[in-house]
Design a protein around this ligand. Structure first.
Ligand SMILES: *Cc1c(COP(=O)(O)O)cnc(C)c1O
Length: 371
């Protein structure tokens, strides 16, 4: 991007530049080189145990990506052709794709003002074919899980949390990933808890699902010799697992830093734009710091001229993507109203206070000078 301002603020900075962090990660990789178990192995097992414990679940299964996690969780629960799965209209497209590739029909519910699926709108979409709800903890804010779980229980539906953006987030003291029958995380490098490549994980308390996921992540093999059902290869990469295992103890500090910087943004931007709100029972991890303004595209261009990389994360609602727009079912007026107003400002743990202040001042300048 063009850097014309006094400073440049990238949306994310994924480079590993800190000497101590770098040598820790290299050491984790070297340990794998030394033992030579490049597929699954001790790092994968340790990561699975630690992530399950972190989320308050019994077990976890490491997979190739967050997308794999969703697809395998759906398949593992027997969801497929003829079934409908209710999800939100606003998410990264992987959510809808996993449902469709599993053979089921995604049905798109409207969002509330928190940008997450609105449980009462989801309720309106339930039919005899509905099998599951896939809520997405969008931007790193946990959905209203009490209401969603009540709804699911009333209708005998499974809930699979798409917690890809919400590692470490909490609501009412409970972590993202601890609510549904299964929950799916992505650990791609952009996520709050990320690897140096593709990675994902499914967490659950369900023993039968656990066994089926272990088979589904590798060609449906139930043991060394026997294939129980068709499947592909969706195992987590061992080197990525080794990196994640080394990074896990740091996750809390990173989340705290993100929350601190988000609060700093909100202090400075209150009354200037609509900033993300957080209720007392919510502990958001700010996968993105997403503001709302009618003048989103103008503001984004202005920030770019200041060397600031703001991003529109999901420009289209999932049901309005070419892949879905001709067949999409559901109703999502609030999502339609909001989607064109959302802009995510740079937010990552390496940002300084001065970076945040510079971005906030630039937003103020935009509205002060031109509005
Ligand atoms: C990132 C993301 C995914 C997919 O994760 P990958 O690891 O990139 O496959 C799924 N759902 C949501 C909401 C995401 O943000």
């Amino acid at each position: 991007m063009a850097a014309r301002g006094e400073r440049t603020v990238p949306f994310l900075d994924l480079r590993i530049t800190d000497g101590a962090v770098r040598s820790e990660l290299l050491e984790a990789i070297e340990a794998v080189f030394r033992h030579g178990r490049f597929i699954l192995g001790p790092e994968v097992e340790a990561l699975e145990q630690k992530v399950a414990a972190y989320c308050g679940r019994r077990v976890a299964v490491g997979v190739g990506s967050g997308t794999d996690a969703l697809l395998l969780a759906l398949k593992g629960l027997g969801i497929g052709p003829g079934d409908e799965v209710i999800t939100t209209a606003l998410s990264w497209i992987a959510t809808a794709n996993a449902i469709a590739v599993a053979g089921a029909t995604p049905v798109f519910a409207d969002i509330g003002d928190d940008l997450n699926i609105d449980p009462s709108r989801a309720a309106d979409l339930i039919t005899p074919r509905t099998k599951a709800i896939v809520p997405v903890h969008y931007t790193g804010k946990v959905c209203d899980m009490a209401q969603l779980m009540r709804l699911a229980d009333e209708h005998g539906l499974d809930v699979i949390e798409d917690a890809a953006q919400a590692f470490g987030a909490m609501r009412d003291g409970r972590r993202a990933g601890s609510f549904g029958r299964a929950a799916c995380f992505s650990m791609n490098p952009m996520k709050v808890f990320g690897a140096c490549g593709e990675a994902g994980i499914v967490v659950t308390d369900d023993e039968a699902l656990h066994r089926r996921l272990l088979a589904l992540r590798y060609n449906g093999m139930v043991d060394k010799d026997e294939c129980g059902e068709p499947g592909l290869n969706g195992r987590i990469d061992t080197l990525q697992a080794a990196i994640l295992l080394r990074r896990l103890p740091d996750a809390e500090r990173i989340i705290e830093r993100r929350r601190y910087l988000a609060e700093r943004y909100s202090d400075r931007l209150a009354g200037v734009v609509e900033t993300p709100r957080q209720a007392a029972e919510e502990y958001d991890v700010f996968y993105t710091y997403t503001i709302r303004t009618e003048r989103r595209d103008e503001l984004s261009a202005f920030l770019e001229s200041k060397g600031i990389e703001a991003k529109v994360r999901d420009r289209y609602l999932m049901p309005e993507q070419p892949a879905y727009r001709d067949t999409a079912r559901g109703s999502y007026p609030n999502a339609r109203r909001l989607v064109g107003r959302l802009l995510s400002l740079p937010l990552h743990e390496k940002m300084t206070e001065a970076d945040v202040d510079y971005v906030a001042e630039s937003v103020q300048t935009f509205f002060g000078d031109s509005g």
